[in-house]
Write a protein that binds this ligand. Structure first.
Ligand SMILES: O=P(O)(O)OC[C@H]1O[C@H](OP(=O)(O)OP(=O)(O)O)[C@H](O)[C@@H]1O
Ligand SMILES: Nc1ncnc2[nH]cnc12
Length: 180
Protein backbone atom coordinates (compact mmCIF):
# COMPACT_ATOMS: atom_id res chain seq x y z
CA UNK A 1 0.00 0.00 0.00
CA UNK A 2 1.30 3.46 -0.88
CA UNK A 3 1.72 5.88 2.05
CA UNK A 4 0.93 9.16 0.26
CA UNK A 5 -1.95 11.02 1.94
CA UNK A 6 -5.31 10.43 0.30
CA UNK A 7 -8.19 12.89 0.67
CA UNK A 8 -11.00 10.46 1.48
CA UNK A 9 -13.34 13.29 2.50
CA UNK A 10 -13.15 14.83 -0.97
CA UNK A 11 -14.71 11.68 -2.46
CA UNK A 12 -17.86 11.86 -0.28
CA UNK A 13 -20.74 13.98 -1.59
CA UNK A 14 -22.67 16.23 0.82
CA UNK A 15 -26.42 16.57 0.21
CA UNK A 16 -27.89 19.43 2.28
CA UNK A 17 -31.37 18.99 3.79
CA UNK A 18 -31.67 15.26 2.98
CA UNK A 19 -33.65 13.31 4.09
CA UNK A 20 -34.97 16.28 6.03
CA UNK A 21 -34.15 19.93 6.66
CA UNK A 22 -31.03 20.52 8.73
CA UNK A 23 -29.38 17.14 7.95
CA UNK A 24 -26.33 17.09 5.67
CA UNK A 25 -26.46 13.61 4.17
CA UNK A 26 -23.00 12.11 3.59
CA UNK A 27 -23.38 10.21 0.33
CA UNK A 28 -20.71 7.51 -0.16
CA UNK A 29 -21.90 6.49 -3.65
CA UNK A 30 -19.31 8.91 -5.10
CA UNK A 31 -16.55 7.20 -3.09
CA UNK A 32 -17.78 3.73 -4.11
CA UNK A 33 -17.92 4.74 -7.77
CA UNK A 34 -14.29 5.88 -7.72
CA UNK A 35 -12.24 2.68 -8.08
CA UNK A 36 -9.11 4.16 -6.49
CA UNK A 37 -11.01 5.70 -3.57
CA UNK A 38 -12.93 2.48 -2.90
CA UNK A 39 -9.73 0.41 -2.98
CA UNK A 40 -7.88 2.86 -0.70
CA UNK A 41 -10.80 3.02 1.73
CA UNK A 42 -10.91 -0.74 2.20
CA UNK A 43 -7.11 -1.00 2.45
CA UNK A 44 -7.03 1.74 5.08
CA UNK A 45 -9.94 0.35 7.11
CA UNK A 46 -8.39 -3.13 7.42
CA UNK A 47 -4.80 -1.99 7.88
CA UNK A 48 -4.57 -2.74 11.67
CA UNK A 49 -5.81 -6.31 11.09
CA UNK A 50 -3.88 -7.20 7.95
CA UNK A 51 -2.36 -10.60 8.64
CA UNK A 52 -4.24 -11.21 11.90
CA UNK A 53 -6.92 -13.85 12.36
CA UNK A 54 -10.40 -12.37 12.11
CA UNK A 55 -13.12 -14.99 11.84
CA UNK A 56 -15.98 -12.80 10.65
CA UNK A 57 -16.92 -9.32 9.57
CA UNK A 58 -20.43 -8.17 10.52
CA UNK A 59 -21.97 -5.52 8.26
CA UNK A 60 -25.03 -3.42 9.05
CA UNK A 61 -27.78 -3.03 6.42
CA UNK A 62 -27.67 -1.44 3.94
CA UNK A 63 -24.48 0.48 3.23
CA UNK A 64 -22.54 -1.65 5.73
CA UNK A 65 -23.11 -4.63 3.41
CA UNK A 66 -21.11 -2.98 0.63
CA UNK A 67 -18.19 -1.91 2.82
CA UNK A 68 -18.31 -4.97 5.08
CA UNK A 69 -18.38 -7.42 2.17
CA UNK A 70 -15.23 -5.89 0.73
CA UNK A 71 -13.54 -5.85 4.16
CA UNK A 72 -14.43 -9.52 4.73
CA UNK A 73 -12.97 -10.49 1.38
CA UNK A 74 -9.80 -8.54 2.11
CA UNK A 75 -9.34 -10.24 5.49
CA UNK A 76 -10.33 -13.70 4.18
CA UNK A 77 -13.08 -13.68 6.82
CA UNK A 78 -16.72 -14.76 6.70
CA UNK A 79 -19.48 -12.18 6.42
CA UNK A 80 -22.45 -11.76 8.78
CA UNK A 81 -25.40 -9.58 7.69
CA UNK A 82 -27.12 -7.57 10.42
CA UNK A 83 -30.50 -6.54 9.02
CA UNK A 84 -33.56 -4.47 9.76
CA UNK A 85 -36.25 -6.69 11.31
CA UNK A 86 -38.17 -9.16 9.16
CA UNK A 87 -35.59 -9.52 6.37
CA UNK A 88 -33.59 -12.58 7.45
CA UNK A 89 -35.09 -15.98 6.50
CA UNK A 90 -33.86 -18.22 9.34
CA UNK A 91 -34.30 -18.02 13.14
CA UNK A 92 -32.95 -14.71 14.47
CA UNK A 93 -31.93 -12.83 17.57
CA UNK A 94 -33.29 -9.29 17.70
CA UNK A 95 -32.47 -6.08 19.55
CA UNK A 96 -34.10 -2.66 19.76
CA UNK A 97 -31.99 0.40 19.06
CA UNK A 98 -32.51 4.11 19.36
CA UNK A 99 -33.11 6.25 16.29
CA UNK A 100 -33.04 10.04 16.33
CA UNK A 101 -36.81 9.85 16.84
CA UNK A 102 -38.17 6.59 18.23
CA UNK A 103 -36.79 3.06 18.11
CA UNK A 104 -36.29 0.32 15.54
CA UNK A 105 -35.04 -3.26 15.62
CA UNK A 106 -32.20 -5.15 13.96
CA UNK A 107 -31.64 -8.89 13.69
CA UNK A 108 -28.94 -11.47 13.11
CA UNK A 109 -29.27 -15.19 12.42
CA UNK A 110 -28.92 -17.22 15.63
CA UNK A 111 -26.08 -19.29 14.18
CA UNK A 112 -24.22 -16.43 12.46
CA UNK A 113 -21.35 -16.47 14.98
CA UNK A 114 -19.86 -19.05 17.34
CA UNK A 115 -18.78 -18.30 20.92
CA UNK A 116 -15.20 -17.02 20.92
CA UNK A 117 -15.12 -15.99 17.28
CA UNK A 118 -13.26 -12.76 16.60
CA UNK A 119 -15.49 -10.31 14.76
CA UNK A 120 -15.06 -6.83 13.29
CA UNK A 121 -18.20 -4.72 12.91
CA UNK A 122 -18.38 -2.52 9.79
CA UNK A 123 -20.71 0.23 8.61
CA UNK A 124 -20.34 3.25 6.35
CA UNK A 125 -21.03 5.87 9.01
CA UNK A 126 -21.43 6.29 12.76
CA UNK A 127 -23.71 9.05 14.02
CA UNK A 128 -25.36 8.51 17.42
CA UNK A 129 -23.97 4.97 17.56
CA UNK A 130 -27.37 3.47 18.34
CA UNK A 131 -27.30 1.06 15.41
CA UNK A 132 -23.75 -0.12 16.10
CA UNK A 133 -24.47 -0.48 19.82
CA UNK A 134 -27.40 -2.77 18.97
CA UNK A 135 -25.21 -4.82 16.62
CA UNK A 136 -22.53 -5.23 19.29
CA UNK A 137 -25.19 -6.48 21.73
CA UNK A 138 -26.33 -9.08 19.18
CA UNK A 139 -22.77 -10.29 18.53
CA UNK A 140 -21.78 -10.39 22.20
CA UNK A 141 -25.10 -12.05 23.07
CA UNK A 142 -23.94 -15.01 20.97
CA UNK A 143 -20.49 -15.03 22.56
CA UNK A 144 -18.51 -13.35 19.79
CA UNK A 145 -15.51 -11.17 20.64
CA UNK A 146 -15.98 -7.77 19.00
CA UNK A 147 -12.39 -6.84 18.18
CA UNK A 148 -13.25 -3.45 16.71
CA UNK A 149 -15.85 -1.37 14.92
CA UNK A 150 -14.85 0.36 11.64
CA UNK A 151 -16.61 3.15 9.81
CA UNK A 152 -15.63 5.27 6.84
CA UNK A 153 -17.29 8.36 8.36
CA UNK A 154 -17.63 9.66 11.91
CA UNK A 155 -19.95 12.49 12.96
CA UNK A 156 -18.21 13.16 16.29
CA UNK A 157 -20.66 15.79 17.50
CA UNK A 158 -23.22 12.97 17.88
CA UNK A 159 -20.96 10.95 20.18
CA UNK A 160 -21.34 7.49 18.61
CA UNK A 161 -17.66 6.53 18.60
CA UNK A 162 -17.31 7.50 22.27
CA UNK A 163 -20.35 5.39 23.08
CA UNK A 164 -18.73 2.31 21.53
CA UNK A 165 -15.37 2.97 23.22
CA UNK A 166 -17.26 3.09 26.54
CA UNK A 167 -18.40 -0.46 25.68
CA UNK A 168 -14.69 -1.44 25.35
CA UNK A 169 -14.86 -1.65 21.56
CA UNK A 170 -11.93 -0.01 19.72
CA UNK A 171 -13.24 2.27 16.97
CA UNK A 172 -11.55 3.04 13.63
CA UNK A 173 -12.82 5.81 11.35
CA UNK A 174 -11.25 7.46 8.29
CA UNK A 175 -13.13 10.76 7.96
CA UNK A 176 -14.69 13.12 10.52
CA UNK A 177 -17.28 15.68 9.50
CA UNK A 178 -18.54 18.51 11.71
CA UNK A 179 -22.27 18.74 12.32
CA UNK A 180 -24.88 16.15 11.38
O1 LIG B 1 -25.08 5.88 14.46
P1 LIG B 1 -26.55 5.91 14.13
O2 LIG B 1 -27.22 7.16 14.65
O3 LIG B 1 -27.25 4.66 14.59
O4 LIG B 1 -26.70 6.04 12.56
C1 LIG B 1 -25.87 5.35 11.66
C2 LIG B 1 -26.67 4.47 10.74
O5 LIG B 1 -27.52 5.28 9.92
C3 LIG B 1 -27.31 4.93 8.57
O6 LIG B 1 -28.14 3.89 8.17
P2 LIG B 1 -29.71 4.06 8.00
O7 LIG B 1 -30.40 3.80 9.32
O8 LIG B 1 -29.97 5.38 7.35
O9 LIG B 1 -30.09 2.83 7.06
P3 LIG B 1 -29.73 2.49 5.54
O10 LIG B 1 -28.24 2.18 5.48
O11 LIG B 1 -30.55 1.25 5.28
O12 LIG B 1 -30.11 3.65 4.68
C4 LIG B 1 -25.88 4.47 8.53
O13 LIG B 1 -25.61 3.68 7.37
C5 LIG B 1 -25.75 3.71 9.80
O14 LIG B 1 -26.17 2.35 9.68
N1 LIG C 1 -25.65 12.68 8.01
C1 LIG C 1 -25.78 11.40 7.62
N2 LIG C 1 -25.42 11.05 6.37
C2 LIG C 1 -25.55 9.77 5.94
N3 LIG C 1 -26.05 8.78 6.70
C3 LIG C 1 -26.42 9.10 7.96
N4 LIG C 1 -26.90 8.33 8.96
C4 LIG C 1 -27.11 9.12 10.03
N5 LIG C 1 -26.76 10.39 9.77
C5 LIG C 1 -26.31 10.40 8.48
Amino acid sequence: MSSDPFDFAATVRAIPDYPKKGIVFRDITTLLGDARAFRRTIDELVQPWAGSKIDKVAGIEARGFIVGGAVAHQLSAGFVPIRKKGKLPYETVRVSYALEYGIDEIEMHVDAVEPGERVILVDDLIATGGTAEGAIKLLRGKGAIVEAACFIIDLPVLGGADKLRAMDVPVRTLISFDGH
